[in-house]
Design a protein around this ligand. Structure first.
Ligand SMILES: [Zn+2]
Length: 371
């Protein structure tokens, strides 16, 4: 828990209200460049008092509209008076990339989420990273960073945690998102999750919600409920933690490149469980008539799919998040979190999974994995 400041950047906090303004993040040709900054504080979150401070951020990558959209929907859902602390919101951290529909910041072609902790006298993106780090992240107990899969790929909605062991605070926060899959990934140097933790001990969890330059309505609404649950889990909002009875902590991701150029037809859906030998997709080459059918080399979940039907050799077609084992009983011992036995979790009766939307729900049937 940290002390509630009177201001964030130059924005004065007003308990019980959303305050919207901008944050000066860098100098561009001698003029200040800004990003949108919103703050909401609870009525009891008086400056100087100790309370939870969290941040909800999106739009680090300009070609990922589901992040900013999710941030907007969550903010519209929350009445600041109800907050038991301070929520700092950066809905669009890379507005320059958003305007050009590019992942990178166009001024210096850098990836903002590989540029932390940044530098006050570095390139444009390094300055932006430095300001976000020093002005926002430094004072936060936790940060939720919303992404999607970019131009062509769509990801099954999930939380990503960047630390081990499994009782790490970021895993607890990631599980609170309530997705059936929580992906564990070693953070690369320069990623917000890694540098925030190293420098300030701030917990960062990334969310991945859809992709392919469209808004995924069902995933958005699920993710909105998931973020509210995360805020409850951290003590910033009151209310029950509604989680599925089982969640799957997975880490081994295999991206499959196209073995042929041509037209790709998917034979499985996002979130499907596949076994060794399950046909995943076929590619037919309309020039030669050549046909390739790709079968899964492991047991796992379809994590990502390419939505572009015309594909070139070497381009990513699909990603599989592997189970440690194909044996159902062993799987339940290695990768699965059983929330009913978790003392922090209230599982509300009747809720059997994260999603009520059948087509988005992870179709995981471990007892059928068998051989
Ligand atoms: Zn991203």
């Amino acid at each position: 828990m940290k002390k509630i400041p009177t201001k964030v950047g130059s924005l004065v906090i007003k308990p019980g209200r959303w305050v919207r303004g901008t944050l000066r993040v860098a100098l561009l040709d001698g003029k200040p460049a800004t990003i949108p900054l919103w703050v909401g504080a609870g009525l009891r979150a008086r400056p100087g008092s100790r309370a939870v401070i969290g941040a909800l951020v999106g739009g680090a990558h300009g070609n990922e509209p589901n992040g900013p959209e999710l941030v907007n929907r969550v903010v519209a859902q929350i009445r600041p008076a109800e907050l038991e602390g301070l929520l700092i919101v950066l809905p669009l951290m890379n507005p320059w990339g958003f305007n050009t529909r590019t992942r990178l910041v166009p001024m210096d072609q850098r990836d903002l989420n590989r540029s932390y902790p940044g530098h006050a006298s570095g390139s444009f993106t390094m300055q932006v990273a430095h300001t976000i780090m020093e002005t926002i992240v430094r004072q936060c107990d936790f940060v939720i960073d919303a992404h999607d899969a970019g131009d062509r790929i769509v990801l099954v909605s999930h939380a990503r945690v960047h630390a081990e062991p499994e009782d790490d605070p970021s895993t607890t926060l990631g599980l609170a998102f309530g997705s059936d899959i929580v992906m564990q990934r070693v953070a690369e140097p320069g990623m917000l999750a890694r540098e925030a933790r190293t420098l300030y001990g701030t917990t960062v969890v990334s969310l991945e919600v859809g992709g392919a330059l469209r808004v995924w309505e069902d995933m958005q609404e699920q993710a909105k409920r998931g973020v509210v649950t995360m805020l409850r889990s951290e003590g910033l909002l009151r209310g029950p933690l509604i989680l599925p009875p089982h969640q799957h902590l997975l880490r081994d991701r295999r991206d499959i490149p196209a073995e042929l150029s041509g037209v790709q037809t998917n034979l499985v859906r996002l979130g499907d469980v596949v076994q060794k030998g399950t046909p995943l997709y076929r590619i037919s080459d309309p020039l030669t008539g050549e046909l390739a059918i790709h079968r899964s080399k492991e047991c796992g979940v379809v994590l990502a799919q390419n939505l572009s039907a015309i594909i070139d050799v070497g381009m990513p077609t699909m990603s599989i998040l592997s189970f440690d084992t194909c044996d159902a009983e062993a799987l339940l011992k290695t990768n699965v979190v059983h929330n009913r036995s978790d003392r922090h979790v209230v599982v509300v009766k009747g809720v059997q999974g994260w999603s009520h939307q059948k087509h988005l729900r992870l179709r995981l049937q471990p007892d059928k994995l068998g051989s």
